[in-house]
Design a protein around this ligand. Structure first.
Ligand code: BGC
Length: 831
């Protein structure tokens, strides 16, 4: 039933208006059935649709992470990926997906860097628009996040991003401005942090003035989860919705604010009106309530997801043409922490329970010819918390009393098969005291290896582990804060036990919800349900593991090392302390390179890592967190089934100290964005700094002919200021393989009129060409291309004059240069 917003607004009671502007639970807004107003359901986002349960929900399709999607530079591909996400939302009854993430990768160390689309605002805004259009074409809504200047996890709710108007406009606000113009997402999520002294969720300048008045965009504006910090200030600034519920700052406090004149009735009505509009739009989303449909969606998406993963992969180096691997390899060694435990997703709210996943080891065993002898050695491990284990007959039993003492009343059970749960949003049992409860997890575990096993517990709450009724780990007292559970959990406590392969062991964990943790020192937890991570694996003898790996590599014709970071290293909740790979990897790589010249290093990470061995390594592949199909996607590239076309969506520094944000990132509650507009390649280009791999880079397996590209012409002068210019370039594929090239257009001032970067991306096009094929490509660029934000004027200006239009295959490899003459100076404000 569609309702009329104004009609309903007139009929609402004050209580209903108040209820409408805050969530009812973790994922839903307040319904008013008598007026046909539905409860709108949200779900994370951004690389899949987790659904409405952090624990025990239906499994999901996991797409490649944000930076991987950024590396595709593929608008058409991402439009299709958006459609897939939209269909999965429909199958899971979700009206609005929390994503995409538009935060700029200011520092490689940002814990959530993998979620965004890279370091460039134009690339981020353009690709995000494609994803949003894809999602919204299914009727499902999107909530873009996190508005704005959310670039670090350290003290994210307290930190103040001190930033000039010009940097804010040209770099950090720009992706939001682009999606507002090109994709009109239905909702906007404010960031946790402050911007120039005011929290984003209560900044009238950002929310009411820039988004609504200046851009003329009127999305539903919601706080991030537990990111509303005031009643009147946030409402007056334009924040429509407080999430999640139950409300902390609205409810009766809102009535008080009204009674005392801190908020006017008209403001409450505006917020309620926006919520009603949003809910009305939700009535058009053709959601299904039944979850089995999700499984159908998943099976239909496998092929596409594999393609998406393969197209995101960036070949960084391929000396001696090691790739593609020849079909007749006699002996291949598969080595590395990620070979069998291939990382599919980063950590935090982006993480979800995948329907399935494919390791690189399994994929290669499947696709390599049966005549190839495959040997394997892990070489080392990289986990910070021990990997989860599978238990059989696993269950969680819920209580309102602690496990010690008298007989308890069990309030209900939930099945579990993997030893991790998050109960922050758990509402499966009505009688459960969600403020403080206990859970007993039981199940049997059968190890596959005899020897010393290490067990570890990290908990948001308290937990003790018993194996066959013997207390093995006590993580209830003497807790040490750690990074688990978005930074709210303890450090993992570990203990070892000798186990026999094939024998069944009874596992029991007594867990107390978040508020039982002594770490809170009497304060209340933000997410009272808490969570548990129980990991275990055979204790690796590091010295022996290294020797074994070198031994198998020595015998092999080819070695593939798959290693990198994972959700222990890149996650919401914390930033990386440095850019290095986990300890031990560098030595492993060096020793393998010394014995096997034909070694391919496959790095999995969402952001750059230090590669001191890069000069000696003949072949390096950047493989991201590629979703369910990660193993197949990488294998397709290694074997040449896919000609890699992914290009870096960020610059890859040699050393973190080269990054412009290095002195002003993390570990402080006031961060000055002293790099100004010089983020990423804008800085490295201007300063003439060496970098390992430039923005937009790919080592082409079969180069495209650039000699035909020398002439870049502008075929259309601007006549109408909102109509784009078109750049024309010709290109030929001179290689043996069909493949894609991404042509990138940068604007470069011929005579400096103001302080500007040497190059700024303003257009790109991915072109697919058969061997020998030549084509002429038109690339549109818009009026922002040659513009800058004038701080004194408070508006955009394009000065008349002559600009170079540089077409490159990366920010450093120039294919051709054209000239753009702008005949008159233009100034504007708005989208
Ligand atoms: C994250 C958001 C996410 C929300 C809901 C927050 O902690 O910052 O990106 O959408 O949680 O899970």
């Amino acid at each position: 039933m569609r309702f009329d917003v104004e009609e309903v607004l007139c009929k609402l009671t004050q209580e209903q208006k108040t209820a409408l502007v805050s969530g009812v639970d973790f994922w839903h807004t307040y319904p008013i059935p008598e007026h046909g107003v539905p409860s709108v359901r949200f779900s994370d986002g951004p690389n899949g649709v987790r659904g409405t349960r952090l624990f025990g929900g239906p499994p999901s399709t996991c797409l490649p992470c944000g930076t991987a999607l950024g590396a595709t530079w593929g608008e058409d591909l991402l439009l299709e990926a958006g459609g897939l996400l939209g269909r999965e939302c429909i199958a899971k009854g979700v009206h609005c997906l929390l994503g995409p993430t538009l935060d700029i990768l200011r520092s490689p160390l940002f814990g959530r860097g993998f979620e965004g689309l890279g370091e460039d605002p134009y690339l981020t805004g353009t690709l995000a628009s494609a994803i949003i259009r894809g999602i919204q074409s299914t009727g499902v809504m999107t909530a873009v996040k996190h508005f704005v200047a959310y670039n670090q996890e350290y003290e994210r709710r307290r930190v103040d991003a001190v930033i000039s108007d010009r940097a804010l406009r040209e770099i950090h606000l720009r992706p939001f401005q682009i999606v507002a113009r090109d994709a009109q997402p239905a909702a906007l999520i404010t960031a946790y942090n402050k911007v120039n002294g005011t929290h984003a969720s209560q900044s009238a300048k950002l929310v009411e003035h820039i988004v609504r008045k200046e851009w003329g965009w009127n999305p539903l504006i919601t706080s991030d989860w537990v990111g509303t910090y005031s009643t009147a200030e946030a409402l007056n600034a334009g924040l429509d919705l407080e999430m999640p519920g139950p409300s902390r700052y609205r409810g009766s406090l809102l009535q008080d604010a009204l009674d005392t004149g801190q908020v006017h009735q008209a403001t409450i009505d505006d917020r309620a009106r926006n919520m009603l509009r949003f809910a009305r739009r939700a009535t058009r989303v053709p959601v299904l309530e039944a979850s089995p449909a999700a499984a159908e969606v998943v099976s239909r998406t496998r092929t596409f997801n594999r393609k998406l993963c393969a197209e995101s992969i960036v070949l960084l180096k391929n000396e001696g043409s090691i790739l593609p691997l020849p079909p007749d390899i006699k002996r291949i060694a598969l080595i590395g922490s990620h070979m069998k435990r291939t990382a599919i997703c980063g950590g935090g709210s982006a993480q979800l329970e995948p329907e399935y996943s494919v390791s690189l080891y399994d994929a290669l065993c499947e696709v390599l010819p049966p005549t190839t002898v495959i040997t394997y050695a892990p070489g080392h491990d990289v986990h910070k918390t021990l990997p989860l284990i599978i238990i059989t007959n696993g269950s969680l039993e819920f209580y309102n009393d602690p496990p010690n003492g008298n007989a308890k009343l069990s309030l209900g059970t939930e099945p579990i098969w993997r030893t991790h749960f998050e109960l922050m949003d758990y509402d499966g049992i009505a009688e459960l005291d969600r403020d403080r409860f206990w859970v007993i997890m039981t199940g049997s575990f059968v190890p596959d290896t005899t020897g010393l096993w290490e067990f570890g517990i990290a908990v948001y709450g308290t937990a003790n582990l018993y194996i066959d009724d013997e207390l093995v780990i006590e993580n209830t007292s003497n807790q040490v804060p750690g990074t688990a559970f978005f930074g709210s959990g303890t450090l993992e406590k570990r203990a070892s036990r000798s186990l026999l392969a094939g024998q069944e062991y009874m596992i029991r964990v007594e867990f107390g919800s978040a508020n039982t943790s002594p770490l809170l020192a009497g304060k209340k937890a933000n997410f009272a349900g808490g969570g548990l991570h129980l990991g275990a694996c055979p204790k690796l003898d590091k010295h022996q593991a290294l020797k074994d790996a070198v031994a198998v590599a020595k015998e092999a014709d080819y070695t593939i090392i798959c290693t990198g970071l994972n959700e222990d290293w890149e996650s919401e909740g914390f930033d990386r302390p440095d850019m290095d790979l986990p300890p031990g990897i560098e030595q492993l790589i060096n020793e393998i390179l010394a014995v096997c010249p034909s070694t391919v290093i496959v790095n999995q990470s969402g952001t750059p890592v230090t590669m001191p061995w890069a000069r000696n390594a003949p072949c390096i592949v950047q493989a991201w967190y590629g979703g369910n199909e990660t193993g197949y996607g990488i294998a397709d590239v290694l074997l040449g089934h896919v000609n890699p076309a992914g290009k870096l969506p960020f610059s890859w520094p040699i050393d973190i100290r080269d990054n412009p944000s290095f002195r002003n990132f993390g570990m402080a509650v006031e961060i000055s964005y002293t790099e100004e507009i010089y983020v990423g390649y804008r800085f490295y280009e201007k300063m003439g700094r060496n970098i390992l791999f430039p923005f937009g880079y790919l080592f082409l397996l079969h180069p495209f002919d650039s000699s035909t590209n020398r002439r870049v012409s502008i075929i259309e002068e601007i006549s109408n200021p909102t109509k784009p210019w078109k750049i024309q370039v010709s290109i030929k594929n001179t290689g043996q393989l069909a493949g894609a090239e991404v042509l990138q257009v940068y604007i470069s001032p011929r005579y400096p009129d103001i302080d500007r970067p040497l190059k700024e991306l303003c257009g790109f096009k991915k072109v697919f060409l058969a061997p020998g094929q030549r084509t002429r490509v038109e690339i549109p660029i818009d009026r922002y291309a040659a513009s800058y934000w004038s701080e004194p004027g408070g508006l955009w200006i394009t000065n008349k004059g002559v600009y170079h239009v540089v077409v490159g295959s990366s920010s450093r490899n120039i294919l051709g240069v054209g000239v753009l003459e702008i005949k008159e100076t233009r100034r504007w404000i708005g989208l």
